[in-house]
Design a binder for this molecule. Structure first.
Ligand code: FDA
Length: 393
C-alpha cells in the first residue's frame, strides 16, 4: 500500500500552496481533488484576473470567533512574500483600488505558478479523484480513493474550501471531516454575497437596476465605503458584499448615500446660496438622476429648497445619510464568494494549523473559521495558512 508523508485533500489555493512547501521538506506529498482542473476558483476569481492579495492585509481584515488566530500565519507569510513569488515567476500585476492587486493578464498565471512550484518539489497531483473513506490508521491516516486504491499517510491536510459555488465542486466535506475527527465547526453561512429584499422594497429598486453609486454601508458596528449596485434581485456591489459578512437575518443595513459629506450642512448651504432651486434639482446635483428621483418620491418632497424648514432639511438629510433597509435574505451559496465560519480555531494550533487533538491532521484555507473581507484577503489567508501547515510538516 503506497505510503505518503502528506496527503492534501483539495487542489485549491491553500492546498497547492501547502503542497509546494510540504514537499520542499523532502517528504512524499500527494494532492487529490475531485475536480477536473486544479485551482478552479483562482481561475474565475477577480473577473478572470485574480485579486491575489491586498497591500494592506492585516488581522483586522478578517472575521473569526477568535480575531487573534490569523495573526501568526499572516505575519509569517505576508502579502509581500506572495508578491515576491509572483515577481519571481514574471507575472505582471497592478493595483486596482484600496490595495487590491490583480494580474495584468490572466488568473491562469497564478494557477500555473502554483503548479510549477509544486512540480519543482516533486509533489504529485491527482485530479478527478475523491477520497471515499478516510480514517485513522495505526500510525497516521488511511484513505480509500475513488479509484479503489488504498493509501496511508503520516499527515492529512484538509484544504477542501467552503460551501460557496457548489457548481464548481464545493462540497462541505471539510466540515464533515472536522466533525468526524472530533473538531467543532462554528456556524457557517454565505458571505460576500448580494442581499435580497421583499416585494415591497424591490418595487422601489427595480427602476434603479443597473445603477451604481458610492455609499457607506453599515451594519452591526462595521462600515464600508465602496460602490453599491442596484440589481433586479436586490443590492450588490462591493459595499454590499462586504457588509453581508456582518449581516444576520432581521438586521437592518444603513446606507449613507453621501459618504464623507455632512448632508444637513450641504443642504443648508444650498438653501442659503440657491434657495430657488427645487428640492428635486438639488437632489439630482448630489445623487445620480434615477436615485435622486427615487429619493424625492420616497420622501414625498416637492417645492423649493427655500421653503424647507430646518426640521424638513434634517428629514431629507437623514434620508440621504441613514437610509435603513432590512434585507429579506441573501443570494446564498449559489453566488457567495466565501463561507463565513468553519472549523473552530479553538482546536487548531495557530502557528502550524495542526489539530491540537489529532496529531498529523491539518486544516488550511477557507474551511477554517477565518474569513477575509473582499479585496484579495481570502487568497492571502489561503497562501498564509497553506504555508504555515506546509512548512510545519
Ligand atoms: P478552494 O475552494 O480554492 O479549493 C478547494 C478545493 O477542494 C477545490 O479544488 C475543490 O474541487 C476541492 N474539493 C472540495 N470538496 C472536495 C471533495 N469532496 N473531494 C475532493 N476535492 C474536493 N478571493 C480573493 O482573495 N480574491 C478574489 O479575487 C476572489 N474572487 C472570487 C471569485 C469567486 C466567484 C469566488 C467564488 C471566490 C472568490 N474569492 C476571491 C474567494 C477565494 O476563491 C477563496 O477564498 C479561496 O479559493 C479559498 O481557497 P481554498 O484553497 O481554501 O479553497
Amino acid at each position: 500500500m503506497p505510503r505518503y508523508q502528506t496527503v492534501i485533500l483539495g487542489a485549491g489555493a491553500a492546498g497547492l500552496m501547502c503542497a509546494a512547501h510540504a514537499a520542499a521538506g523532502g517528504g512524499r506529498v500527494l494532492v487529490i481533488d475531485h475536480a477536473r482542473a486544479a485551482g478552479e476558483k483562482i481561475r474565475i476569481s477577480g473577473g478572470g484576473r485574480c485579486n491575489f492579495t491586498n497591500l494592506h492585509t492585516g488581522p483586522e481584515n478578517f472575521l473569526s470567533q477568535n480575531p487573534h488566530f490569523a495573526k501568526s500565519a499572516l505575519s509569517r507569510y505576508t502579502q509581500w512574500d506572495f508578491i515576491d513569488l509572483v515577481a519571481r515567476h514574471g507575472i505582471a500585476w497592478h493595483e486596482k483600488t484600496l490595495g487590491q492587486l490583480f494580474c495584468d493578464n490572466t488568473a491562469k498565471d497564478i494557477v500555473r505558478m502554483l503548479l510549477e512550484e509544486m512540480a519543482k518539489t516533486g509533489a504529485e497531483l491527482r485530479l478527478q479523484t475523491a477520497a471515499t473513506e478516510i480514517g485513522k490508521a495505526e500510525t497516521g491516516f488511511a484513505l480509500r480513493l475513488s479509484t479503489g486504491q488504498r493509501i496511508t499517510t503520516d499527515n492529512l491536510v484538509i484544504a477542501t474550501g467552503g460551501k460557496s459555488i457548489p457548481k464548481m465542486g464545493a462540497t462541505g466535506l471539510g466540515y464533515q471531516l472536522a466533525r468526524q475527527f472530533g473538531h467543532a465547526v462554528t456556524e457557517t453561512r454565505p458571505a460576500l454575497v448580494p442581499l435580497t429584499f421583499g416585494d415591497d422594497v424591490m418595487a422601489g429598486f427595480k427602476p434603479l437596476a443597473g445603477l451604481a453609486t458610492p455609499v457607506r454601508a453599515s451594519c452591526n458596528g462595521a462600515s464600508f465605503d465602496e460602490a453599491l449596485l442596484f440589481t433586479h434581485r436586490g443590492l450588490s456591489g462591493p459595499a454590499i458584499l462586504q457588509i453581508s459578512s456582518y449581516w444576520r437575518e432581521g438586521d437592518t443595513v444603513t446606507l449613507d448615500l453621501l459618504p464623507g459629506v455632512d448632508a444637513f450642512e450641504t443642504l443648508r448651504a444650498r438653501r442659503a446660496g440657491a434657495g430657488r432651486k427645487s428640492i428635486g434639482t438639488v437632489l439630482s446635483e448630489l445623487l445620480p438622476n434615477r436615485l435622486a428621483a427615487d429619493t424625492a418620491a420616497r420622501l414625498g418632497v416637492h417645492g423649493n429648497l427655500a421653503d424647507c424648514s430646518d426640521t424638513r432639511l434634517h428629514e431629507i438629510a437623514r434620508a440621504l445619510s441613514a437610509w435603513p433597509l432590512t434585507p429579506a435574505g441573501s443570494e446564498g451559496y449559489r453566488t457567495a464568494e466565501v463561507t463565513l465560519g468553519g472549523v473552530d480555531t479553538a482546536g487548531l494550533n495557530s502557528r502550524t494549523m495542526e489539530s491540537t487533538s489529532v496529531p498529523g491532521l491539518y486544516f488550511v484555507g477557507e474551511v477554517v473559521d477565518v474569513t477575509g473581507w473582499l479585496g484579495g484577503y481570502n487568497f492571502q489567508w489561503a497562501w498564509s495558512s497553506g504555508h504555515a501547515a506546509g512548512t510545519a510538516i
